[in-house]
Write a protein that binds this ligand. Structure first.
Ligand code: GLC
Length: 472
């Protein structure tokens, strides 16, 4: 602060703002992030640099050539967040486009030991894939479907190296999953084996897709310009339609293939080092996968609340917040949930919502404290939106260059709790993307139930290609 008389709070607010200024990213810095993202994407696509690239650019075997689709009932599974979902989806067809009706669905929470235990069966505990098979069995029993051998589409939201649409190995877990015995194995194989072990129903697993891919596909049916799928939820990732001739990991030159960028791992080779702050380093060190998914850790819902908590503790230590004293709860890892960030920023101005959250954490905040907490939330979530926007602008600008188009018209299908539920994330994000991708006409559409519907739709296409018999 410059000299002169000041009453205590404005002075402190100045100090707080100074602290938080390191979360502000200049346009030049965002352009640099965008450039580096593009560089890593190129390295991920090229055979000779792929292994070392942080952004893996995984081919999905979802192609642009329309194959038509089967009609009928499909089972869709969705694994990737804190819950596991089973859905029954009816896929039909009209003249212009496929249509689908979701008929039934059920959510199952994943027990901690299934998430972090072994993927193979042991006698004492229901392990991840056995637990999944158990949930499917429960669903089929409830809906009287056990006698049917339904085609199944699996939305599996982790990095998978595909060999085909229904075959791929899990490279590594992300987002707090740790079940052993799965990394390096064919995920569809693990599912088929678990179903076989039970022996009480049969399933025809026809496709496995990432959630970004499922989201893109489900939006594509509404809008044929949708060639990008994005998730900003527990994790953060993007897929898009890339020209086949640049996807060096797959033979063939014609048409396009959807590439799952797995951009959450951007930064794992040091590309983000000068942008990461002490809070980011702490979040990373305390995570189940230190050194991995560093870009995702700046953005996604799995980490956003925790980042805010660490900044608040720092301000307390500096005597700038809560009279220099944190409650035991605030000192507890994970206590500031990501949904609190949304709630704090949704406060109408009377500070009621902020006050309630802080008292639930055992604090007795002043008005000043409430304002500081709001500023912290805004700083963390705005940086997330800008970082994410720089990445997406990188993807879209690359698409435009490859297609040699003066102006690219493109739709992005989006899903995820941060994007959908945070009151300002999407506006800040859209603004930055449009600013950094000036020659593109970008529309964003939110997918509803995209994971399940997308998995069912792609299974319907896969069935058509394989001319599989629907035993219904
Ligand atoms: C993580 C996963 C990725 C997924 C994303 C969103 O980044 O690695 O596969 O798409 O989370 O759920």
């Amino acid at each position: 602060m410059t000299g002169g008389i000041c009453i205590m709070d404005p002075c402190n607010m100045g100090k707080v703002e100074q602290f938080l200024s390191e979360f502000l990213l200049k346009k030049e810095e965002l352009k640099e992030v965008m450039k580096r993202m593009q560089h890593e994407m190129d390295r991920g696509l090229r055979l000779e640099t792929h292994d070392k690239a942080s952004v893996k650019m995984l081919p999905t075997y979802v192609r642009s050539t329309p194959e038509g689709s089967e009609v009928g009932d499909f089972l869709a599974l969705d694994l990737g967040g804190t819950n596991f979902r089973v859905m029954l989806v009816k896929v039909g067809e009209d003249e212009q486009r496929g249509w689908k009706v979701e008929t039934k669905h059920q959510m199952y929470s994943i027990p901690e030991d299934a998430m972090t235990g072994t993927a193979e069966m042991v006698r004492t505990r229901p392990e991840l894939f056995d637990y999944i098979a158990e949930c499917i069995s429960d669903f089929l029993t409830k809906h009287n479907l056990k006698h049917k051998k339904l085609p199944l589409g699996f939305t599996f939201s982790f990095p998978v190296r595909h060999e085909d649409i229904d075959k791929g190995i899990l490279l590594n877990w992300t987002k707090g999953f740790k079940a052993s015995g799965a990394e390096g194995n064919n995920v569809v194989g693990l599912l088929r084996d678990a179903i076989k072990r039970r022996g009480d129903f049969q399933m025809d697993v026809v496709a496995m897709v990432n959630d970004t891919v499922a989201t893109m596909i489900s939006c594509y049916y509404e809008d044929h310009s949708c060639e990008v799928g994005m998730i900003v939820g527990t994790g953060c990732n993007v897929c898009y339609m890339e020209e086949m001739h640049t996807v060096e990991l797959v033979e063939g030159e014609e048409g396009r293939m959807c590439v799952n960028t797995e951009w959450g791992a951007f930064g794992d080779n040091g590309e983000l080092d000068e942008f990461r702050l002490e809070y980011d380093r702490l979040v990373d060190e305390m995570s189940l996968n230190p050194g991995q998914q560093l870009y995702e850790k700046l953005i996604s819902g799995k980490y956003m609340g925790e980042l805010v908590r660490l900044v608040l503790l720092k301000l307390v230590n500096e005597d700038l917040l809560f009279n220099g004293e944190a409650s035991d709860l605030l000192k507890t890892k994970g206590s500031f949930e990501t949904c609190f960030v949304s709630q704090v920023e949704s406060d109408s101005g009377d500070r009621k919502q902020i006050y309630n959250i802080l008292t639930s954490l055992g604090l007795l905040p002043s008005e000043f404290d409430c304002d500081v907490v709001r500023l912290v939330c805004e700083s963390v979530s705005t940086r997330a939106a800008h970082m994410c926007g720089a990445g997406l602008a990188g993807v879209i600008n690359r698409m435009r260059e490859r297609r040699s188009q003066e102006a690219l018209k493109i739709t992005v299908g989006v899903d995820g709790s941060v994007y959908k539920l945070h009151p300002c994330f999407k506006d800040r994000f859209h603004e930055i993307v449009r600013d950094l991708a000036p020659h593109c006409d970008i529309a964003f559409i939110q997918s509803e139930e995209g994971s399940g519907r997308g998995a069912a739709l792609i299974s319907a296409v896969a069935c058509k290609m394989a001319a599989c018999m629907l035993a219904q």
